[in-house]
Design a binder for this molecule. Structure first.
Ligand code: PEP
Length: 259
């Protein structure tokens, strides 16, 4: 049985004051949720404060990126060891915005995944096709490339520590969600691929999140799909009420907040 994991990617939003307000609101609303792992991923500048607020809570903290070297003259970068040290548990790796704007490749994803694992962080590895790739019927080819190369050399033991996020690029921040059926089709493909590469037992226990315009009104139907084990949420994770609703609906709870 895979425990769902719902993560909020705050991207380059929220000042420190706003981040603290948001996380305190989530802590208040979600304190009794035990059916899912809940993660928030603030900007690097808010990570330490948010992580401190979350100590001994049921919400964990994640970074939006990580560098693969332990330390050194790499101006502007943050290492996995530094993230672990401030209480971070997860790191998003290979988000499509990083692939698109910051030259992230499968090769850099691979180095980051290995560094995160070595430091004891759980990598949330993003894969997904662009609209052009989908329209050219290349979805499965692209996913295979992201998984095979991005996760190359990961041992059978370590692959169990990874979370995969399927994020069709055409659905990120666009308001266009993959239908539950479209998402399930790709999730099932990913699980089969993981089974081919690391064995069925491993594949059956790896969590695969869906990301791309997840909102309170579509969370439950996406989560009801057999191979969808959670959500990576961007825009809708920036408001206390909408992220609360997504988490509650994802685990089948009635919500008492009003949007
Ligand atoms: C994301 O950034 O990972 C994401 C899925 O964004 P949104 O929910 O806004 O589409």
């Amino acid at each position: 049985m895979r425990k769902p994991i719902i993560a909020g990617n705050w991207k380059m939003y929220k000042t420190l004051t706003e981040a603290i307000e948001l996380v305190n609101g989530l802590k208040r609303n979600l304190y009794d949720i035990i059916e899912a792992d809940i993660v928030v991923c603030p900007s690097f500048v808010a990570l330490d404060s948010v992580s401190e607020i979350l100590i001994e809570s049921n919400i964990d903290c994640g970074a939006q990126d990580v560098y693969w070297e332990k330390e050194g003259a790499y101006t502007g970068e943050v290492s996995a060891v530094m993230l672990k040290d401030i209480g971070c548990k997860y790191a998003i790796i290979g988000h499509s915005e990083r692939r698109q704007y910051f030259n992230e490749t499968n090769d850099t994803v691979n180095k980051k995944v290995k560094a995160a694992l070595a430091a004891g962080l759980t990598p949330i590895v993003c894969v997904g096709e662009t609209l052009t790739e989908r329209e050219a019927s290349k979805t499965f080819e692209v996913i295979k490339d992201h998984i095979q190369n991005g996760l190359s050399g990961i041992t059978k033991e370590d692959i169990l520590k990874i979370v995969v996020a399927y994020e069709p690029v055409w659905a990120i921040g666009t308001g266009k969600t993959a239908t539950p059926g479209e998402a399930q089709e790709v999730h099932a493909f990913i699980r089969k691929l993981l089974a081919d590469l690391w064995g069925k037992e491993a594949a059956d226990s790896i969590r695969i999140q869906y990301g791309g315009s997840v909102k309170p009104d579509n969370a439950a139907s996406l989560m009801a799909q057999e191979d969808i084990d959670g959500a990576l949420v961007g825009g809708a994770s920036l408001k206390v009420d909408s992220f609360t609703e997504i988490v509650k609906k994802s685990v089948g709870r009635q919500s008492c907040t009003h949007l």
